[in-house]
Design a protein around this ligand. Structure first.
Ligand code: SF4
Length: 211
């Protein structure tokens, strides 16, 4: 079943289930430190135990909002960069949203588990694979950035198995799972020193106490 059949109420992407939108600083990954406007869409069936956005999982809590309103709200801020996140945003047709933001000369970044087919057009795709529901094979080649969450030392093998599927230019990040950060970070530091193709990503927005 495709996006249109699954969510007819979204009218092909003219509406989207918005959780929240806000202007902040991108805290993690390649674009860390950059001012960005976040658009968070609701609904996710991946089910990561450590998810820090569990309130977004239930799509029914987030009535569809017109893309025109989502875009108008974004344009009220000076942000040049827009991050589409979730939840899992690729559950929905994103072509209309991306088209409108591109018309407005914004650069568009996607944060995704890659577990659904790609829609929309992005300037930067951060693929963050999850064991519960791994990325679709065809999505690896779209990734500009691979960001693997490390919860325990066994996850390094999972990170490498994902890395093998990405392109050679893909930036590679290991990010400690926040609640286990103190314990796992020394292991990540050691691993990156041994495997310098990888970089460390920290959730700096949590240290800065910003959303
Ligand atoms: S894919 Fe993202 S939003 Fe979904 S459960 Fe995992 S961390 Fe949470």
């Amino acid at each position: 079943m495709n996006h249109l059949e699954r969510f007819p109420e979204l009218k092909g992407g003219l509406l989207l289930p918005l959780v929240e939108s806000f202007y902040t600083i991108q805290g993690e990954g390649y674009h860390t430190g950059k001012a960005a406007y976040f658009i968070r869409l609701g609904g996710c069936d991946v089910g990561c135990s450590w998810c820090d956005a569990k309130e977004t999982w239930n799509l029914r809590k987030f009535p569809p909002v017109e893309v025109e309103k989502i875009v108008a709200d974004a344009l009220a801020y000076p942000a040049r960069s827009i991050v589409i996140t979730g939840g899992e945003p690729l559950r929905y047709p994103l072509d209309i949203l991306c088209g409108r933001l591109t018309e407005e000369n914004r650069e568009i970044f996607l944060e995704t588990s890659g577990s659904e087919p790609l829609t929309g057009r992005f300037d930067w795709i951060c693929l963050s694979p999850k064991k519960n529901k791994p990325p679709l094979k065809e999505n690896y080649r779209f990734a500009h950035e691979l960001k693997v969450i490390i919860e325990e030392p066994e996850d390094f093998a999972w990170a490498e198995s994902n890395r093998e599927k990405t392109g050679t230019d893909c930036k590679l990040y290991l990010q400690p799972e926040w609640s286990r950060s103190e314990k796992i970070l020394p292991e990540i530091i050691g691993y990156v020193k041994e495997h310098p193709a990888w970089n460390i990503s920290l959730q700096t927005h949590k240290y800065m106490k910003i959303p």
